[in-house]
Design a protein around this ligand. Structure first.
Ligand SMILES: Cc1cc2nc3c(=O)[nH]c(=O)nc-3n(C[C@H](O)[C@H](O)[C@H](O)COP(=O)(O)OP(=O)(O)OC[C@H]3O[C@@H](n4cnc5c(N)ncnc54)[C@H](O)[C@@H]3O)c2cc1C
Length: 381
């Protein structure tokens, strides 16, 4: 069990209270209606959670990585979709926090921290997901500014965002070094939400296609330096992978708790199924898996806190926690028997939600690439 500082405990307790008293009660409706969690987002914003990563001078909470992950786990335990909405928001803010100019931070971060404006993060395209260097969206010079053209796909929170962090090619022949990142006001002429996807799980999140047709932005819209976009995005994703691990752990914890409660009251062969060793062993494996993932996550957060390299460990957390979530939610459905697969019980929703955690922000295969590179570099050294 990780020893928490008073601040870490405070935010964990705050998130648990919100999840128990509000988010978990609305989770089934949000899933059924594929409804954006408006009230949940408002409640998270009131607690300042939209500005979890934003420095205090810009009105944020400036929490450490472990606090952010504790909050995320608790929120996901209550409603994975609502937690994912917050995660997409935080991931969108992060390039500005880490690489924005002082003027950009001053212009955008206070409103974003207080959820007066919202943001999304747009890298993926129809032909490009895992390989950022091959994006087709372009940014070409026009006077002092830039003109953006392209279509972004599968963008979380893409439907209602006020701002969008857009990855575009400023030099089409330069591979990774040709990618730059722009902050774009979504009210700009030529910017549109061109589709919203129907989803199997995480149905409270909106996932959209965005079209940029001759969108003009000023020179001040470039985040950081031209040509460094790939590096910025990958560094942004390192922290994101910790939070997405926390998301997978939170929904797995919910599946475990639901299974324990069901196993104690469902009777077969004259006794609760919790007294059958076959079920006990499933619960034991589920609890062990959740604990292992949580321990890995907290260890990686400590590396982040000590400002030590943590990219490989972040990928290990994302890989292990998301694959663990698949196994744990599958076992939860199994423990519920036929009642696990009819009329949308909680464990069925968690099972569907869990499938997303292996895909977004770097698939399991991409995490294995990062991890194996790290392993091989250490061997070669
Ligand atoms: C609900 C949802 C929300 C999302 N939100 C966002 C968002 O906010 N912003 C954003 O930019 N994107 C977002 N995405 C996109 C997501 O990040 C991509 O779907 C993901 O990175 C995979 O890209 P792809 O779908 O193009 O798959 P591909 O890159 O085409 O990969 C297809 C398959 O090949 C595998 N593969 C690819 N390369 C290799 C390799 N070198 N070795 C072995 N296997 C490989 C992959 O693991 C996968 O199994 C979201 C996706 C979903 C589903």
């Amino acid at each position: 069990m990780t020893t928490l500082t008073p601040t870490q405990q405070k935010y964990k307790d705050m998130a648990r209270k919100l999840a128990n008293e509000q988010l978990s009660k609305d989770a089934a409706r949000i899933d059924k209606e594929a409804a954006f969690p408006v009230a949940g987002l408002r409640a998270m914003a009131e607690l300042g959670l939209c500005g979890m990563t934003v420095p205090k001078e810009y009105g944020g909470l400036d929490l450490d990585a472990l606090s952010i992950c504790l909050v995320t786990e608790e929120l996901a335990r209550g409603c994975p979709s609502t937690a994912a909405v917050l995660m997409a928001y935080v991931i969108g803010i992060q390039p500005l926090v880490q690489f924005g100019t002082p003027a950009q931070k001053k212009a955008y971060l206070p409103d974003l921290a207080q959820a007066k404006r919202s943001i999304c993060f747009a890298v993926t395209e129809a032909l490009t997901g895992s390989d950022i260097a091959t994006i087709g969206t372009t940014a070409r010079r026009k006077g002092d500014g830039w003109v953006l053209n392209g279509t972004k796909c599968l963008i979380g929170n893409g439907a209602g965002a006020d701002l969008c962090v857009v990855a575009a090619k400023t030099d089409p022949d330069a591979g990774h070094k040709g990618v730059s990142v722009f902050i774009v006001e979504t009210a700009s002429a030529g910017y549109s939400v061109s589709a919203v996807y129907e989803k199997m799980g995480m149905r409270g999140t909106t996932t959209a296609e965005l079209t940029l047709k001759d969108v003009e932005v000023p020179a001040t819209a470039v985040i950081g330096e031209i040509g460094k976009g790939s590096r910025y995005l990958l560094q942004t994703l390192d922290l994101a992978r910790l939070t997405l691990g926390a998301e997978a752990i939170g929904l797995s914890q919910a599946a475990l708790e639901e299974s324990v409660a069901y196993a104690k009251q469902r009777v077969t062969f004259g006794k609760p199924i919790s007294e059958h060793q076959g079920i006990q062993f499933m619960l034991a494996d589920m609890a062990t898996s959740v604990h292992a993932a949580r321990t890995m996550l907290h260890d990686a957060c400590r590396l982040h806190g000590r400002k030590e390299p943590f990219a490989v460990e972040a990928s290990m957390v994302k890989l292990f926690a998301s694959e663990m979530a698949g196994r744990v939610t599958d076992a939860a459905v199994q423990i519920h028997g036929g009642w696990g697969v009819v009329d949308r019980p909680k464990v069925e929703r968690l099972f569907r939600d869990s499938r997303y955690t292996r895909i977004w922000e770097g698939t399991s295969e991409i995490q294995r690439l990062v991890i194996s590179r790290g392993v091989l570099e250490q061997v070669v050294k």
